[in-house]
Design a protein around this ligand. Structure first.
Ligand code: PCA
Length: 156
């Protein structure tokens, strides 16, 4: 079991969230919401408007997301789904917990700070650095860059 921080299409209300609820993929338990301690550029890029957190701490904005406790099966599924380590790499990130709904015993103790794994990337295109950055991803936000689901992409 390990903790994963999701900031993009896997969040509640976003187009891939259902994949974390599908028991066929494994188990994911929602633990709470959090904000990255460091700033990162969260951009929307490519022809499918995919959200990417660029692994460039100190640039961009602090990013909001959700922490889940996942079992090995879900972790394997997510690594596959996120094309890790090619498209995203799974790295550790430091978080400030905003609200915790998980067990009291798992709640970060000394402070409200905790660590979790995140799908971020260093394998991005340099031009993505010119894109707008977001603090909180929403596929249907004002940016108009709605995520193109896998099902609706043209055959590759
Ligand atoms: N899925 C992962 C990384 C970006 C995305 O769309 C997430 O939601 O955290």
């Amino acid at each position: 079991m390990m903790h994963i921080f999701v900031y993009g299409t896997l969040k509640q209300g976003q187009p891939n969230h259902y994949r974390m609820l599908d028991a066929m993929n494994g188990k994911a338990e929602f633990l709470g919401r959090a904000l990255t301690i460091d700033k990162y550029p969260l951009v929307i890029a490519g022809e499918y408007n995919i959200p990417f957190l660029l692994n460039l701490p100190g640039e961009g904005q602090r990013v909001q997301g959700e922490i889940y406790r996942v079992n090995d099966k879900m972790l394997k599924f997510l690594d596959w789904f996120e094309d890790c380590p090619k498209m995203y790499q799974r790295t550790e990130v430091l978080l400030e917990v905003e609200d915790w709904v998980g067990d009291e015993e798992r709640k970060p103790k000394d402070s409200s700070t905790t660590k979790a794994f995140i799908y971020s990337t260093t394998t991005y295109k340099p031009e993505w650095l010119q894109n707008a950055t977001f603090s909180s991803y929403d596929s249907n936000g004002d940016h108009g860059l709605q995520y193109v689901t896998r099902e609706s992409r043209n055959i590759d």
